[in-house]
Design a protein around this ligand. Structure first.
Ligand code: KDG
Ligand code: MG
Length: 360
């Protein structure tokens, strides 16, 4: 589909209006309002003489072009390195580094706790919703806080100062505990400490912020700009992890990122496996376009998922690149989808060592 004509229509049905009508070779047309009160003819001339000649022959664009075009060559992504022991973690980080990743999330088993968030036998393809009925994990803040700084010390020792390192606390601490963790991680210069506390109490972040310079990322479960507004306006976070599917689609997410840009907050969209390739494709178009992109999470989907959702985005040397085809550049193969019927799968529940239910 290509634009074959673009007409500027100036009319005065009771007041002046300037309208741009775009016509394509497939008969699809679109209109846009370009009225500037009292300066209508200046805009009409600008459009007719300077803009329309640039439009003829174009259309069928990838979404990022409709968002203003690319701001960067590729979208820097981070992967999930995890292991039961520190040695296993080091092996996994090396795997991501070998694949060209410039940023790696690090999650490690905690001695004394049988299962810990973010650690899986499946390593790169791990899926947190791992059973038809919820499995149970155990939590001890004391054991966790005692172990994590040592893990990052080893990772820094092995991989040097420039690899970007991230860690997900998964909403498990109180603000003062998170402040302590942030302080203890300062020597290892993390790119972010994620979800240190449940974010419902936005003002609670003031306490964390006043104690540590470890950057904070939050927002993978936010559903609107109001979930992030105070955190952004008071500069209580550094990365906002809202994503297309949860936070109102591309248009609303753009609004959140624009507010963030005004307050030195960068994007860091959630990209776990429960967000399909459709969401990932949409995120990539936003990521490549916005000025304040930070990082994109990239938990690789399985081959089966990729088969059901054929897509044009691709990974290359630490970057994801959105498709250059029109729209999002992702489809659903309905026949393949029908071969994979619904199968119940729950996220785990989490308990303290005395049995108290605790955020997962
Ligand atoms: O469905 C739960 C996952 O999306 C979540 O555990 C992943 O916290 C997560 C992350 O940062 O990827
Ligand atoms: Mg997370």
């Amino acid at each position: 589909m290509r634009i074959v004509d673009a007409r500027v229509i100036v009319t005065c049905p009771g007041r002046n209006f300037v309208t741009l009508k775009v016509v394509t070779d497939e008969g699809v047309t679109g209109v846009g309002d370009a009225t500037l009160n009292g300066r209508e003819l200046a805009v009409a001339s600008y459009l007719r003489d300077h803009v329309v000649p640039l439009l003829i022959g174009r259309a069928g664009l990838p979404v990022y072009q409709l968002l203003g075009g690319r701001s960067r060559e590729g979208v820097t992504v981070y992967g999930h390195a995890n292991g039961e022991t520190v040695d296993e973690v080091l092996t996994e980080v090396a795997r991501f580094v070998d694949l060209g990743y410039r940023a790696v999330r690090v999650q490690c088993g905690v001695p004394g706790l049988p299962r810990t968030y973010g650690v899986s036998a499946d390593k790169m393809f791990y899926e947190p919703a791992d059973a038809a009925l919820p499995t149970e994990t155990t939590w001890s803040t004391e054991a966790y806080l005692a172990h994590v700084p040592g893990v990052f010390a080893r990772v820094r020792e092995e991989f040097g100062p420039t690899l970007r390192l991230l860690h997900d606390v998964h909403h498990r601490l109180t603000p003062i505990e998170a402040a302590r963790l942030g302080k203890s991680l300062e020597p290892y210069a993390l790119t972010w400490m994620e979800d240190p506390v449940p974010a419902d109490l936005q003002e609670g972040f003031r306490l964390i912020r006043s104690h540590t310079t470890t950057p904070i990322a939050v927002g993978e479960v936010f559903s609107s700009i109001w979930d992030a507004a105070q955190l952004i306006r008071e500069q209580l976070i550094d990365y906002v992890r809202t994503t297309v599917v949860h936070a109102g689609g591309i248009t609303h997410l753009r609004r959140i990122f624009d507010l963030a840009a005004l307050h030195h907050v960068r994007s860091g969209s959630h990209g776990a496996t429960d967000l399909s390739p459709v969401c990932m494709a949409a995120a990539l178009h936003l990521d490549i376009a916005i000025p304040n992109f930070g990082l994109q999470e990239y938990m690789r989907h399985t081959e089966q998922t990729d088969e059901v959702f054929p897509h044009g985005y691709h990974y290359d040397g630490g970057y994801l690149h959105p498709a250059e085809t029109p729209g999002l550049g992702v489809d659903i193969d309905e026949q393949a989808a029908a071969r994979y019927p619904y199968a119940p799968a729950y996220l785990p529940v989490n308990r303290l060592t005395d049995g108290t239910v605790h955020p997962w």
